[in-house]
Write a protein that binds this ligand. Sequence first.
Ligand code: SAH
Length: 330
Amino acid sequence: MTRSWQEWLVRQISFAGDFDKEILEAFLRVPREVFSEFHYDLDVVYSDNVIVTAKDGNIYSTSSQPSLMALFMSAVGLRQGMKVLEIGSGTGYNACVMAHVVGKEGLVVGIEFNRKFFENSVEAASKLGIENVVFVNDDGFYGYEKLAPYDAIVITVAVDKVSQHWIDQLKMGGRIVGPIDLYTVDRQPALVFEKTIDGVAAKHLVDTKFIRAGGLLGNLNETNLERLSKIEKRFSTPFEFLNLPINYYETVGVFHLASWSLCEKSGWIYFVEDEGFARWKGGWEVFGRMELIKRIAEEWARTRFSPMSLVKFRYDHSMNFKRLERWDET
Ligand code: SAH
């Protein structure tokens, strides 16, 4: 009976993109209603939409839009035999679908911060007899060293930055996909990061809307505010101005993704470095010694100030910024 509902869901996913047979078939094999503590009619469960699956106090877990889950799997090249880490596994639906894609030779490791959602995921997977999935109750920031290295990492919660641990635990040539929370402009572009010999390359995939991460994956604004408070008092007048002929949302997006150094205070956006800071007031006022922001601005000028979606970000293996390229020129 549910089988035909799952076929309907797969038809909707197919309309949204061109996905491998293995990915589509995995959706046929996992009943989505098992992962929700709330009751929905099956036409709701099997529509290509987000559903709220669990609640703990005022914290929620949601099952992402299935076609977006398929897009993420596709973006990391998920296939049989792979070992994949999921950050923000919630009540486990995405992890269990991925478990069918990677098959018996593969493994899914899902990390979930919230104890109750984690318990729901363990219960659902055992009820369905899915054995190649391991759930861990921890902050996703740490990844999961014990079962590393991973072929791919799929992030299903909007994070402030890519954790160094994920890069360390990812195989060479492996990919990470996930939404980055640009908290200063309230946008969540999903990016694909690839680990190569000479660093990490990233490009924009699609704009999304996910639950914002808590814990160590959601505290970058506070961390940068703390860095700012250490340096702010040393300067009262700007040394110079940076004029960037482009819309403010794009500038903030590029600066965020290249530096992970932005924060917001009393309506101002700040870019923090160790010896100085810059802040936005119809243009960027620069206080103190700023090297990174200037380097990013120069690099970005070389791309003719292409929008965030058209630039490729390059980092070293510690996620420090190296350079920007237009992705259609490489
Ligand atoms: N992928 C899941 C649900 C994603 S909702 C599914 O298929 O159902 C996002 C989840 O990320 C929530 O359950 C939330 O509790 C969790 N989360 C938030 N911050 C986290 C962190 N720092 N580490 C791990 N999980 C986190």
